[in-house]
Design a protein around this ligand. Structure first.
Ligand code: ADE
Length: 228
């Protein structure tokens, strides 16, 4: 991969990356800021798309059409769903899907996919990068990441999503990024560190852990640049 697009939803999720970027150029397109330059010797374009799937989809398409990236990494934080996933752990997407779009709609209508597969090479690079990163978090998991247009902080909704999708974690952008990348035949992976357990305590836990977990995921992305 020659040029990699890196998307975080919030500034805090890309700060570490921007702080470490060389020959940085800034450009505004469609309301979003795109930073072009070098990260650990690799050509990258970094952006923060804001929260939610429409923002994420728009940003992804611009990275592809305007900035001509040939791989996409989504970095950030998420709510843990799987019983093995603890706060500060890292989840790498085996695949992504929308938890708020019916499976039938996904299958019956373009692009006729119930989920979008993460790219094998990017997944392997993320796994290697985790091993060489000193992230504050005990484990790294490979699993499904689901996205929807809400912050999940309710045990009933959490259980419903777990029952229907068997995911490792939930956030609000990854499936849109994977969806747009798939349509354009661009490889992608989502890397998230767990800020909360998507339950009644989620908001408090999120506030406490957002900084450290955003940094966990970004550290892995940075180390990926060295192995890609
Ligand atoms: N991002 C981080 N935690 C989340 C949650 N509980 N629900 C949705 N997105 C999140």
């Amino acid at each position: 991969m020659k040029k990699i697009g890196i998307i975080g939803a919030m500034d805090i999720e890309v700060k570490l990356l921007l702080d470490n970027m060389k020959s940085l150029r800034k450009e505004k397109t469609g309301g979003f800021l795109y930073y072009t330059g070098e990260l650990c010797g690799k050509d990258v374009v970094i952006t923060s798309c804001g929260v939610g799937k429409v923002n994420a989809a728009s940003c992804t398409q611009t990275l592809i059409n305007k900035f001509r990236v040939d791989g996409i990494i989504n970095t950030g934080i998420a709510g843990g769903l799987h019983e093995d996933v603890e706060v500060c752990d890292v989840v790498i997407s085996s695949n992504v899907t929308h938890h708020d779009v019916r499976k039938k709609q996904m299958k019956n209508w373009f692009p006729h996919q119930e989920y979008f597969e993460g790219d094998r090479k990017l997944i392997e690079a993320a796994e290697r990068a985790f091993k060489s990163s000193n992230v504050i978090g005990s484990s790294c998991h490979l699993g499904r990441i689901v996205s929807g247009e809400c912050f999940v902080d309710d045990t009933q909704l959490k259980e419903q999503i777990m029952k229907e999708y068997s995911p490792h974690c939930v956030e609000m952008e990854g499936a849109a990024i994977g969806h747009v990348a798939h349509i354009n035949e661009i490889p992608f992976v989502v890397i998230r560190s767990i800020s909360d357990k998507a339950d009644g305590e989620a908001t408090m836990s999120y506030k406490k852990f957002e900084q450290i977990t955003a940094q966990n995921a970004a550290t892995i992305v940075m180390n990926m640049m060295k192995v890609l």
